[in-house]
Design a protein around this ligand. Structure first.
Ligand SMILES: C[S@@+](CC[C@H](N)C(=O)[O-])C[C@H]1O[C@@H](n2cnc3c(N)ncnc32)[C@H](O)[C@@H]1O
Length: 225
């Protein structure tokens, strides 16, 4: 198990944290359905337009390099949404067998054309795949959406279907200031804490893959009024 930031080349975006403070409960209820509003509704409800723009290309290259992936290896992206990373992994490593699973029927039905047939609708806490059926599983910004027990279940499922390799990224904060920014911004996360909190949880689940954190840093550039 190693802390490694495989999203180091993911672009930082400006977030209008204050805009989400109003109507928070209404927006949260909509977002948690992981339907059209969450992906393609307003920024207050979720992504505010979830469209492919190539930002996952360098991350896919780093994932291929980090895990030494080659043609024929099988990779599962858990919480794959519309399959942007699935598509870019296949581009980064021709012949790689990449699949995705997501609870959102909306996302899977509106997937990138290149990944049609590779994405399943299903739950990260009960993966419909046999033991040891993938070389690597990825789960980026998904597992914090579960209650604590669900996080453990989802991590155990990752370990079961790909005992040799995994990458988990979850929301975290390192100070009360970062925690407040996180609470103002977040819509769907049910379990959250410091990196240390997560390391303990990963250990408890018996997860042996790699991991890193999504931290909404206290950067005035990100707080656009
Ligand atoms: C913050 S998005 C991350 C999407 C993508 N991994 C990324 O980093 O762009 C969270 C994703 O988790 C999915 N999700 C939420 N609950 C899930 C569950 N129980 N099983 C599988 N996917 C789930 C949502 O539909 C959504 O696509």
């Amino acid at each position: 198990m190693a802390e490694v930031n495989l999203l180091a080349r993911y672009p930082k975006s400006k977030r209008n944290v204050k805009a989400r403070v109003g109507n928070k409960e209404e927006n949260r209820a909509l977002a948690m359905k992981f339907g059209r509003e969450y992906f393609d509704g307003t920024r207050e409800q979720g992504y505010g337009g979830f469209r492919y723009d190539g930002r996952w290309v360098p991350i896919a290259e780093d994932i291929v390099r980090h895990f030494g992936l080659k043609a024929g290896d099988r990779v599962l992206d858990i919480g794959c949404a519309k399959g942007f990373l699935v598509k870019d992994l296949m581009k980064a490593c021709p012949g790689l067998e990449v699949f995705g699973i997501d609870v959102s029927e909306y996302a899977v039905l509106n997937c990138e054309p290149e990944v049609t047939g590779r994405l399943h609708v299903g739950d990260a806490r009960k993966l419909p795949f046999p033991d040891n059926s993938f070389k690597v599983t990825l789960s980026i910004n998904v597992i914090h959406n579960f209650e604590r027990d669900g996080c453990i279940q989802a991590l155990r499922e990752m370990q079961r279907v790909a005992p040799a390799g995994g990458y988990v990224q979850v929301d975290a904060y390192r100070s009360p200031e970062e925690e407040q920014i996180f609470l103002d911004w977040v819509l769907t996360a049910k379990t959250h804490g410091t990196p240390q909190f997560w390391v303990e949880l990963l250990k408890e689940a018996g997860y042996s893959g790699d991991y890193f954190w999504t931290i909404l840093e206290v950067d005035p550039e990100w707080i656009v009024e």
